[in-house]
Design a protein around this ligand. Sequence first.
Ligand code: CAA
Length: 283
Amino acid sequence: MEVKTFGVVGAGQMGNGIAQVAAMSGLQVIMNDIKDEFVQKGLQNITNLLTKAVEKGKMSAEEKDAVLGRIKPSVDLADMSSVDFVVEAATENEPIKFQIFKNLDSICPKDAILASNTSSIPIGRIAAQTQRPDKVIGMHFMNPVPVMKLVEVIRALTTSDETYKLTWDLSVRFGKTPAESSDYPGFIANRILMPMINEAVYCLYHGVGTREDIDTVMKLGMNHPMGPLALADLIGLDTCLAIMETLFVGFSDSKYRPCPLLRKYVEAGWLGRKTGRGFYEYK
Ligand code: CAA
């Protein structure tokens, strides 16, 4: 099967990044969200990034127009009836993802692959919502999608070899390096990353250091491109909390308990960059 039309459900920071790399690889893209303002915001973000690329001489103005011309905005999930491959990048919430997969299963052509960009929910549970569990797979991009090289490819027990190979090849076509993970909560990336971020929040909670000192230690001491608290703000504190909850419940192990300070921030609506306030303040 050849992928020509690629769907993305969710036009937020992950969804619009995925739509951008897919369109840059030459695919026709349908970018869907529940409200037109969300889709327009996603399109604006892509336009801004491509405009910067043109200004830096990394892309021609014609290429930019061609990429944007390949992205069709959508607020009706029924538009996914023409896709060969769709990635769901909605909010990290199990009931919402389950409903989207049930809907996609009834809308998309029967041969279409249904992938999830979930950062921690077991793919097998998502696959079980559909009548095509062999065609459901995890395709986990990293934030910011246009910059980060990794795609974590997660096979459910039911995922077929064909689905897996197609997803792997598509990741390579997008200019990414895929890595395979088994289907356990958090997979590889967030099984390792999120407890580190959570521990950094515990350091702040226990007064071991200020936010600046905690981030400086990890940036300069471990050569991380950004400190864990700044990274949590980039990812979104709601997403970080949701992933910790998934690890905590999925492994029934107290070592994954989310830090109460993380929960407090999320409850206050301090979700990081996207709301202008997380561990740091943003204009
Ligand atoms: N979107 C697109 N491009 C971006 C960007 C964004 N949000 N932020 C930065 N860039 C681009 C810049 O335009 C710049 O591009 P050029 O090289 O073409 O000029 C390049 O990235 C470098 O940016 P900067 O010089 O401004 O800043 P930097 O060198 O500090 O890099 C960073 C910024 C790439 C975000 C870097 O700090 C970094 O790698 N941070 C860690 C990111 C990370 O760990 N991501 C994974 C999060 S976990 C996840 O996503 C999975 C999950 O499930 C939670």
